[in-house]
Design a protein around this ligand. Structure first.
Ligand code: SF4
Length: 174
């Protein structure tokens, strides 16, 4: 893989690590150079497989094999990126959608957040062991649930999870 560029248009590329969902691919952290809070609902409405997680002020977009997380302050996480070429394609697509969302906002068009079931940490929590043992690296199962939703942890990091609970959580967050 060629060196990942540090900046693609208005997006600065940060950490690039092996993706927990598929270690042969990459998880890319990036940052858009402006606040995105106002356009998050517009972005959510533009992608059929997206959810707005109000408690985290974040939109999760599922596109092909990728999950893309966009936070209000411009932070982005893109999973399962194959290589530099694919990363550039995804980022250009996101930037075009961001431009479209800004135009929709400026036009005064009111957008309703699509009525898709929003999965939050409280949905995941009942299926976690709730012992707060800390072995996954965070102090509580609830905090682990938040990290799962942000794709900053993988289910395998909790060694106390039984198979059925793991499958149930997988269904909720996939
Ligand atoms: S390892 Fe599992 S049981 Fe322990 S705190 Fe993390 S999520 Fe909870």
């Amino acid at each position: 893989m060629r060196k990942i560029p540090q900046k693609i248009r208005e997006i600065t590329i940060g950490e690039v690590v092996p993706c927990p969902a598929d270690p042969k691919s990459l998880r890319v952290f990036a940052k858009y150079d402006k606040n995105l809070e106002e356009i998050l609902p517009y972005l959510c409405a533009m992608f059929p497989r997206s959810r707005f997680l109000e408690r985290l002020n974040m939109v999760r977009i599922d596109k092909g094999k990728h999950s893309i997380y966009i936070f209000e302050k411009g932070k982005m996480v893109i999973t399962q990126v194959k290589d530099e070429k694919e990363l550039i394609e995804i980022i250009n697509m996101l930037l075009d959608k961001i431009d479209e969302a800004k135009k929709a906002l400026l036009s005064g068009r009111v957008v309703k957040i699509p009525d898709r079931r929003v999965i939050g940490p409280m949905d995941i929590y009942p299926y976690l062991p709730r012992t707060n043992c800390g072995e996954c690296g965070v102090s509580s199962c609830f905090a682990f649930g938040i990290k799962l939703l942000a794709d900053e942890a993988s289910l395998e990091e909790c060694k106390s999870l039984d198979y059925l609970s793991m499958e149930k959580i997988r269904q909720l967050i996939s």
